[in-house]
Design a protein around this ligand. Structure first.
Ligand code: MN3
Length: 204
């Protein structure tokens, strides 16, 4: 099954001023699109892997660099556009808020830990909030386009991700240049907590 670039579902300028339209245009239309194109090319000759869904594929591609980079890139960005879609709740509530408080002590403490995971990722990668095997929430980070679904590759980051933050320079450099912490601060203004809550309910 060929993979395809998902529609954003919102206009390129919908996240301004926090994430600018030009960054969204290049990030979605060029970077993400390239991951999809290269993933489909890398899947040629891998019939069993080609039959898997994007989610199921993640645990099977650690040993194939082109599949790992581009399959990870496609999954990670597909999740990212969903959790920053405009219009949802601006803070967690209900079961998700309860779980965040239980795992981190408070919403602010969670935000600090997640922000640090993104800020301290050397080079390129992602920060994640995910549901661990024991059902509790955890924060972690992966390099490059790796993600928490990649099995042994993910190491201590093994979980079902419900929120992800892209900290590659291509995600912020046009607007924030070297100021990754400012981009991370801005990210909190665009997280759609309704989507994160739905991801949490599905992952439990
Ligand atoms: Mn990216």
């Amino acid at each position: 099954m060929a993979h395809s670039l998902p529609d954003l579902g919102f206009s390129l300028d919908a996240l301004e001023p926090h994430i600018d339209a030009k960054t969204m245009e290049i990030h979605h239309g060029k970077h993400h699109n390239a991951y999809v194109t290269k993933l489909n090319a890398a899947l040629e000759g891998h019939d069993a892997l080609s039959a898997l869904s994007l989610v199921d594929l993640q645990a099977k591609i650690a040993d194939f660099p082109a599949l790992r980079n581009n399959g990870g890139g496609h999954f990670n960005h597909s999740l990212f556009w969903e959790v920053i879609a405009p219009g949802g709740a601006t803070a967690p509530s209900g079961d998700l808020a309860t779980a965040i408080n239980a795992a981190f002590g408070s919403f602010d403490a969670f935000k600090e830990e997640f922000s640090n995971a993104g800020a301290n990722r050397f080079g390129s990668g992602w920060a994640w909030l995910g549901v661990k095997s024991d059902g509790t929430l955890g924060v972690c980070s992966t390099p490059n386009q790796d993600n928490p679904l990649m099995g042994e590759v993910a190491g201590t980051c093994n979980c079902t991700p419900i929120l992800g933050l892209d900290v590659w320079e291509h995600a912020y450099y046009l607007n924030y240049q070297n100021r990754r912490p400012d981009y991370i601060s801005a990210f909190w203004h665009v997280v759609n907590w309704d989507v994160v809550a739905a991801n949490f309910a599905a992952a439990k």
